[in-house]
Design a protein around this ligand. Structure first.
Ligand code: F0G
Length: 458
């Protein structure tokens, strides 16, 4: 069959409130031209994020009813722990309320002044938590990752030569951990190959440095490995996941993505001492080690979500539905990050709007255009998101920064006709690109400014 269908039926629906162009004009102005400040019921199709926005299955909802809410030693925790140990192969499992809680604990233990933490590409909260500890967060993408129009099967790979050069320059003793983000979110939702993970592991072993995964989208990454990496076609996604995690000393995971839940996270560790210290910090601010800031029912939903996300019919549909949107944009002549990622299609706003310089936020201009035209909410990943803080000594040169707009697809939420609508909206914005205006910031917080800054159109 030519058509790939959504491998599920819909049992419960959420109505979408339609808005007029005039209404949206007013809403956008009141929100200070920042999509984060728009009320969600004023959005027609919400592609702000794939984080915590997915639909749970009937089995997950059933798990919510089974959840045991004992403070200590809940059976829901032991069920969750066993499922997580089986899938990821780690003895030490800490639940957290979401990914950044795991990051905050990890970098409180491993970060600090003078430390340097490399990554293929840090996402916003990871970078902010590292910098908050006093350490420097360094992005080491491969060169192809900086060229949106050029396809590469593993554009998320970490640049191993650049890692070696960084170690030679600052010394291994200042690098407590090398992170690898799978899939790479700030650079296009692009996967990392198993070969690259092994190469990073080898460099870490040579220098006695820990290697951790930022593994929010581990299942999408594993599916890409199965589809694209030589010799992997006959391996199951579950086996590939196990091989990826076997290479790591630990992982921070936001379960709001490939955990298929609305809230939840994990910190996975091998080292007993680090586990003890992390447990103490967890108890200090998150909760006891058998719930970590979640309810027992959330642990049941997560245990089930991790099982469902490695099912290959689901992953084939998931990756194909993102690719489908990418194809439509490409056919309409819209420049995108090639190839489409696992969770999102990224519009190359820098190429779409050459008349808007980075300091006038071309990505933000496209985000505003999409909302005006069709009520589609997207997110800027460019100078608004990453340009607010003083760049560190190893920051990428300005001309290598990308101005992207992410159309992030929530899991199991929208249908093919929703995607057709989004493609039409992008086509319309692209057709009126010359009329798009840059913006200037009129109010901004000191860190993570994209969440709350307010803008004016120029
Ligand atoms: N790491 C990556 C690669 C992420 O994409 C995110 C979240 C986090 C860590 C933090 O996890 O939100 O559960 O605290 N990304 C979301 C996004 C918010 O929109 O891409 P969290």
């Amino acid at each position: 069959m030519k058509t790939m269908i959504e491998p599920f039926r819909i049992k419960s629906v959420e109505p979408i409130r339609m808005t007029t162009r005039a209404e949206r004009e007013r809403i956008l102005r009141n929100a200070g031209y920042n999509a984060f400040l728009i009320h969600a019921d004023d959005v027609v199709i919400d592609l702000l994020t794939d984080s915590g926005t997915g639909a749970m299955s009937a089995q997950q909802w059933a798990g919510l009813m089974r959840g045991d809410e004992s403070y200590a030693g809940s059976p829901s925790f032991y069920h969750f722990e066993r499922r997580v140990q089986e899938l990821f192969g780690f003895d030490h499992v800490l639940p957290t309320h979401q990914g950044r809680a795991s990051e905050r604990i990890l970098f409180e233990l491993l970060g600090g002044p003078d430390q340097v933490v490399p990554n293929n590409a840090h996402f916003d909260t990871t970078r902010a938590n590292i910098e908050h500890s006093g350490a420097e967060a360094v992005d080491l993408p491969i060169s192809a990752a900086r060229v949106p129009g050029v396809a590469h099967p593993f554009k998320g790979n970490l640049n191993v030569d650049a890692l070696r050069a960084l170690i030679a320059e600052v010394g291994a003793s200042r690098i407590p951990v090398v992170m690898v983000t799978v899939t790479n979110n700030s650079g296009g939702g692009q996967p990392v190959s198993l070969e690259n993970l092994k190469a990073v592991r080898a460099v870490c072993d040579e220098h006695g440095i820990l290697m951790f995964l930022d593994a929010c989208r581990f299942a999408e990454n594993a599916f890409f490995i199965q589809q694209r990496e030589p010799g992997m076609a006959d391996r199951s996604v579950r086996e590939i996941v196990q091989e990826m995690f076997a290479l790591a000393d630990g992982a921070t995971i936001s379960a709001k993505k490939d955990g298929l839940v609305n809230i939840g996270g994990l910190l996975l560790l091998r080292d007993q001492d680090l586990f003890q210290q992390a447990s103490n910090l967890l108890i200090l601010t998150e909760g006891y080690v058998t719930y970590g800031g979640l309810a027992g029912r959330d642990l049941e939903a997560m245990a089930q979500g991790f099982d469902e996300v490695v099912q290959e019919d689901y992953l084939a549909y998931r990756v194909r539905s993102v690719e489908y949107l990418g194809e439509q944009l490409r056919n309409a002549g819209v420049p995108i990050m090639e190839p489409p990622g696992g969770h999102a299609v990224y519009i190359d706003a820098g190429a779409l709007c050459p008349h808007i310089p980075p300091e006038q936020f071309p990505g933000q201009a496209v985000v505003c255009g999409l909302y005006r035209v069709a009520g589609v909410r997207a997110v800027e990943i460019g100078t608004v998101m990453f340009g607010g803080v003083q760049p560190g000594p190893h920051a990428l040169p300005l001309d290598q920064r990308l101005e992207l707009v992410r159309l992030t697809i929530p899991r199991r939420v929208y249908t093919q006709s929703h995607m057709d609508y989004v493609a039409e909206a992008v086509g319309e914005v692209a057709a009126m690109r010359d009329a798009l205006r840059g913006l200037r910031i009129v109010e901004e917080p000191p860190v993570l400014r994209h969440f709350t800054a307010r803008f004016e159109e120029l």
